[in-house]
Design a protein around this ligand. Structure first.
Ligand SMILES: Cc1cc2nc3c(=O)[nH]c(=O)nc-3n(C[C@H](O)[C@H](O)[C@H](O)COP(=O)(O)O)c2cc1C
Length: 210
């Protein structure tokens, strides 16, 4: 697939009707990390997935996010840190569970850590907006991975919030993990899950004074 992302001055249509994209969105589902395998994206596919993820909305072009890639043997190396921290926190846990922690990143051929990296902004883009932008990057990545023929799942699990693991990941002050996007091949289908009833989550604004 030769998908080009636009050059900075290129003019783009703000609307682009596409039944194919709507159908794709209507049928989108996350994969399940326990069923992911294969070789994962090749270099070109990965480059495209990351480029498309980084086209998320971002107030004032601050790029308040970055990626950490885990492929090949570094997945097991990182797992050693997970196992050691887990063992320290839960000393009575059995060896099977420790081995599971060690193998977490081996569940998929590629894991992309998406770091929320809010910038000091003198013109005042709130941190909240920057963190939301990191979430949009994660969602774009799920979509780009799926459209590239891969299954993907957005996980945080315990290590996404652990201060020691944050250091192992090289996070600096103010940075947080927006998520780990596991990407791989999956032949099994997944059942649709419950979706919200629109009438439960939608209202028409009314002036409470009126
Ligand atoms: C920020 C974020 C973190 C998540 N972390 C986990 C997690 O740690 N473990 C888990 O089982 N699911 C987690 N999920 C949920 C799944 O990745 C997935 O989104 C969910 O199962 C919904 O499926 P769908 O994408 O097919 O709608 C997380 C979702 C989000 C948005």
């Amino acid at each position: 697939m030769n998908i080009k992302t636009p050059t900075p001055d290129e003019r783009l249509d703000p609307a682009h009707a596409s039944e194919a994209v709507l159908t794709f969105l209507a049928q989108r589902r996350s994969g399940m990390v326990k069923c992911m395998g294969g070789d994962g994206p090749n270099k070109e596919q990965l480059d495209l997935i990351l480029r498309l993820a980084a086209r998320a909305p971002d107030h004032r072009k601050l790029f308040p996010w970055r990626f950490i890639l885990f492929q090949g043997k570094v997945r097991a190396e990182f797992g050693e840190h997970l196992a050691a921290k887990f063992k320290q926190d839960c000393p009575n846990m059995d060896e099977t569970r420790i081995a599971f922690e060690q193998g977490r990143f081996l569940r998929a051929p590629l894991v992309v850590g998406v770091v929320s990296s809010p910038k000091e902004c003198s013109r005042g883009t709130p941190k909240w907006e920057q963190e939301l932008s990191a979430g949009a990057v994660c969602q774009n990545m799920l979509l780009a991975a799926r459209a590239s023929g891969f299954s993907a799942q957005w996980l945080t699990e315990w290590y996404g919030f652990d201060p020691h693991i944050a250091k192992v990941l090289g996070l600096t002050n103010g940075e947080r993990m927006a998520g780990f996007i596991y990407i791989g091949e999956q032949s099994e289908t997944v059942p649709e899950r419950t979706r919200p009833n629109l009438s439960d989550i939608t209202s028409v604004w009314r002036d409470i004074k009126g």
